[in-house]
Design a protein around this ligand. Structure first.
Ligand SMILES: [Zn+2]
Ligand SMILES: [Zn+2]
Length: 332
């Protein structure tokens, strides 16, 4: 009998599915690509044909222009070559999917990036039992335990109300994190206009269009200091300390990221109000997910793989590092 998963071949540039002649999240243009979600380190432009959820394809088209898209809805499957390919929610960002590959009586799940806690902008992660579970390990160390998201949002609102003459400037990745922070604020009753940096505009409009109602959003550019006092402004992390932010009324600098758990990272970015809000599984979510999926093998794509490898071994699960390149975790 062939070795388990011998039909899946990891390369530094992506995961090659031989009997489908297709690549999962390739970092270089390929004739046939299967894409888990729209973050730039997973979804590149220029592929011959791209299978992804309709939401992911819409995000790719917003960023890269027209795609040779082959939309697959959640829980539908298509046959590519000799492989049955399905897309199942990953709970990471709008449209994010785990890709379920079935061939020769084996099932392999490529999870892409994922998280387990609720996110008002996307469908929750679905557990799919399988033979090989291919997982990320961005926060694959026991020190990473993300706090409750609601309490982080409450800290943000508290600070906003405590200093009404200032604004709170929140650095958040433009795809996923920004919209999630907005929706979490809305869910906690914050109905005020929220102001955004120009780089967020198209993706926020797309989320609205795809059924995630972000409420009253306004461009920060052109708004007066007076108008922005006591308001929340969202920008990409890169704009937190640049010239752009000087037009704001004495901003309280915040950043929403799983990395804010590390004080040094917050200091590096001059972040006054670090918000630990992550779109990736923390240590408990990673290990809980592996327990529930109960695979024979775990393959780890990127992140801090050592501790998770060790955890798998002590739980009698064979584990392997794939060392894929180009997954930057910028999205965190
Ligand atoms: Zn991602
Ligand atoms: Zn990623």
């Amino acid at each position: 009998m062939a070795r388990l998963g011998s039909w899946i071949e990891p390369f530094p540039e992506g995961i090659y599915v031989k009997p489908a002649d297709a690549w999962v999240d390739p970092s270089r243009p390929k004739a046939q690509a299967l894409v888990t979600h729209g973050h730039a380190d997973h979804a590149r432009g220029g592929h011959g044909a791209v299978w992804a959820t309709p939401e992911t394809l819409a995000i790719m088209e917003t960023r890269y222009g027209e795609q040779a898209g082959r939309p697959v809805q959640y829980d539908d499957s298509v046959r590519i070559g000799e492989v049955d390919v399905g897309f199942v929610p990953a709970g990471h960002v709008l449209g994010s999917a785990q890709i379920v590959l079935e061939y020769g009586g084996e099932r392999v799940v490529v999870s892409g990036d994922y998280k387990r806690r609720p996110d008002p902008t996307c469908a929750p992660f679905v557990v799919v039992p399988c033979d090989i579970f291919i997982t990320e390990a961005t926060f694959g160390l026991p020190v990473f335990r993300h706090p409750d998201t609601g309490s982080e949002i409450d800290r943000l609102l508290h600070r906003l109300h405590a200093e009404p003459e200032r604004c709170v400037l929140v650095g958040a990745y433009a795809l996923g994190k920004a919209q999630r922070v907005i929706m979490e604020l809305r869910g906690r009753g914050h109905d005020e206009p929220i102001y955004y940096h120009g780089a967020m505009e198209r993706l926020c409009a797309l989320y609205d269009e795809l059924g995630v109602p972000l409420g009253d959003l306004r461009p920060a550019t052109g708004a007066s200091k007076q108008e922005l006092a006591g308001k929340i402004v969202i920008c990409p992390p890169g704009a937190l300390n640049d010239r752009w932010s000087r037009r704001l009324p004495d901003p309280i600098t915040a950043m929403a990221s799983g990395w804010m758990r590390i004080r040094q990272r917050a200091r590096q970015r001059n972040v006054e109000l670090p918000l630990v809000i992550s779109d990736h599984a923390d240590w408990d979510e990673l290990t809980q997910t592996i327990r529930e999926v109960a695979p024979k093998q775990v393959w780890i794509t990127h992140g801090r793989e050592d501790a998770l490898m060790h955890w798998c071994m002590t739980h009698q699960i064979k584990a392997r590092e794939l060392n894929l390149v180009g997954y930057e975790d910028e999205d965190e």
